[in-house]
Design a protein around this ligand. Structure first.
Ligand SMILES: CC(=O)SCCNC(=O)CCNC(=O)[C@H](O)C(C)(C)COP(=O)(O)OP(=O)(O)OC[C@H]1O[C@@H](n2cnc3c(N)ncnc32)[C@H](O)[C@@H]1OP(=O)(O)O
Ligand SMILES: O=CC(=O)O
Ligand SMILES: [Mg+2]
Length: 564
């Protein structure tokens, strides 16, 4: 196996040579990039792709076929073929690794150096270091995020920001910090700055999942284990147990290859797609050697509901995004089933993200965020969750207070089996329940979807994958909801409560107005963002993810890599 690094400025003759079994870098280099993209690391990535690249593509095709079936009227259901796994009470998952026993508050965020220091200096129990929903996958973010993690794990991350503020870890000991759980990109995302040439000589874009996972594991597994923690991962956007099996096989192969004892890796799987909600037991079973828990990823779950039923007509249309809370019956059903399934198998059940963000300059906004977060976390803790997510350090005390009130000194409440929960296909698919009790589709909701969608994509194009917009946390998952709702409303002939139909023309008109009113800066990418939004919200054929095409067109080789 050979590796080859290719930079655009590289004029050496090796640029034209194709060596089977290689991973080539097709991007600019930067300070210390060679440490992350070392020959040994690229060799490891090439091997990972040789082993698993084909299965990844098969899984992406299977997703398309299944999505098509639901669009054609075949409702998702619990699989008859896997009933023995669900009915067998004997098996359990591996459970928590060192540092994951108590996960009552987990802070999430991207892996730029500032967020990394701030998250690791916080009082959260866990830091979800995010290369997924909260990340814009520019080459710079991908490589420099790995560098920040590399240095943080070794206790050396320190720098001075442009405004002169000094950032350093408050301790060099991993056991004194929140436990790091890294979330690689989902299976759907390519990493086009790396090209894999397989042993037959065919070349492919690398997989974002395998690149993120591979680089993190390769550089940090041994260090993490030596320092009393372990290589821990959140696995995003899985659509079923076969995808969990693929991850498990990746883990087994990688542990053997790196000489790490089998079962060292721990995975927490996000249940954030509708098909996965019907396969929670099976997902835990496939990953049982490595699994620590499941997380209720509410935002992608809503996105998946809209995506799955987007062509099924009015009965499946949701009200304004702001009106679909976690107490809506079909959302409550999914989270309660998650707690029950986890606790039956010895896994942690981790709650999701309230989108309300405090503002240190606005006490009224902050008070509202605290109140909303407290209510959300109280419900989760009372329902049996073992921990939850927060998006901002100032929210940690509110979330911790609610979990402390229920857990006390216990690290979790896995012994609370929730045998009272009765959730079946009907409860999970009762999408209509969201519109009972007077929930509506409003002109304000339509405008908010457009405005938030465009502003989020603008931020993403500038390399910032999570943003506070109108005092709410917006990331790739919430933006998917905004654009998918519009697509579904148009396709379903939906009207706003004032009786006006939601049409392509109406959305185009509002979009033009909103874009005109947005404040402009030299750095903004609003026009491109509006173009992307138009494509993903209004195209006749619904794009499966807003990020795929936008990444290929705007982030690959992007000037944003040079700018910040
Ligand atoms: C659907 C899902 O997947 S949810 C999970 C994915 N989403 C996320 O992870 C979002 C994480 N949160 C964030 O990115 C941020 O909180 C935002 C973008 C929403 C708001 O960030 P800001 O506008 O910078 O907030 P604000 O100015 O109040 O920040 C105050 C300080 O807290 C820090 N901070 C804010 N959020 C975080 C965080 N999540 N982790 C670490 N530090 C944080 C800021 O860096 C800033 O530090 P400084 O004083 O050293 O400059
Ligand atoms: O990843 C979390 C979500 O809510 O989506
Ligand atoms: Mg998500």
């Amino acid at each position: 196996m050979t590796t080859l690094t290719e930079h655009p400025t590289d004029t050496s003759p090796t640029r034209r040579v194709t060596i089977p079994g290689t991973m080539r870098v097709k991007a600019r280099s930067g300070s210390r990039y060679d440490e992350i993209l070392s020959t040994e690391a690229l060799t490891f990535l090439a091997e990972l792709h040789e082993e698993f690249g084909g299965r990844r593509h098969a899984i992406l095709h299977a997703r398309e076929r299944r999505c098509e079936e639901v669009a054609n009227g075949i409702d998702p259901d619990f699989r008859a073929s896997t009933r023995p796994v669900r009915d067998n009470a004997a098996w359990q998952v591996a459970g928590a690794g060192p540092g994951l026993e108590d996960r009552r508050v987990e802070i999430t965020g991207p892996t730029d150096p500032k967020m990394t220091v701030n998250a690791l200096n916080s009082d959260a129990k866990v830091w979800l270091a995010d290369a997924e929903d909260a990340s814009s996958p520019t080459w710079r973010n991908v490589v420099e995020g790995q560098l920040a993690l590399h240095d943080a794990i070794r206790g050396t991350l320190a720098f001075t920001a442009e405004n002169g503020k000094e950032y350093a870890l408050r301790s060099a000991e991993l056991t004194d910090m929140p436990t790091i759980v890294f979330r690689p990109r989902g299976w759907h995302l390519d990493e086009k700055h790396l090209r894999h040439t397989d042993l037959s000589g065919a070349t492919h874009d690398a997989s974002g999942s395998l690149v993120d996972f591979g680089l993190y594991l390769f550089h940090n597994a041994e260090e993490l284990i030596t320092r009393g923690r372990g290589p821990y991962f959140y696995l995003p956007k899985l659509e079923g147990y076969r995808e969990a099996r693929l991850w498990n096989d990746v883990f087994c192969w990688a542990q053997t290859r790196l000489g790490i004892p089998r079962g060292t890796i721990r995975a927490t799987v996000l249940i954030e797609t509708l098909p996965a909600a019907f396969e929670m037991d099976e997902i835990l079973f496939e990953l049982r050697e490595h699994c620590a828990g499941l997380n209720a990823g509410r935002w992608d779950y809503l996105f998946s509901i809209i995506k799955s039923f987007r062509t099924r007509g009015d009965a499946y249309v949701l009200p304004d995004r702001a009106q679909v809370g976690m107490t809506v019956p079909f959302m409550r059903a999914y989270t309660e089933l998650l707690v029950q399934t986890c606790h039956k198998r010895g896994a942690h059940a981790i709650g999701g993200m309230s989108a309300f963000i405090p503002d240190r300059r606005r006490p009224d906004v902050t008070e509202r965020a605290f109140a909303q977060v407290r209510a959300d976390k109280k419900r989760e803790a009372t329902d049996g969750f073992d921990g939850t997510w927060v998006a901002h350090p100032d929210l940690i005390p509110s979330a911790r207070g609610e979990f402390d009130a229920v857990l006390g000194d216990r690290p979790h409440q896995i012994d609370r089996k929730r045998e009272d929960v009765r959730v079946g296909q009907h409860e999970l698919l009762d999408v209509r329940s969201a519109r009972r009790g007077g929930a509506t589709i409003t002109d304000e909701g339509l405008r908010a979807n457009i405005s938030v969608g465009v502003r989020y994509v603008d931020s993403w194009l500038r390399g910032v994958g999570a943003a506070a917009i109108d005092h709410l946390m917006e990331d790739a998952a919430t933006a998917e909801i905004s654009r998918s709702q519009i697509w579904q409303w148009i396709a379903s002939g939906t009207r706003t409560e004032d009786g006006r139909p939601i049409t392509q023309e109406r959305v185009e008109e509002l979009l033009a107005k909103i874009v005109e009113e947005l404040p402009r800066t030299e750095e903004d990418r609003i026009d491109e963002a509006a173009e992307i939004f138009r494509q993903v919200a209004l195209a006749e054929e619904y794009p499966a993810f807003l990020t795929n095409d936008a990444y290929a067109r705007y982030l690959v080789g992007s000037s944003v890599d040079e700018r910040r």
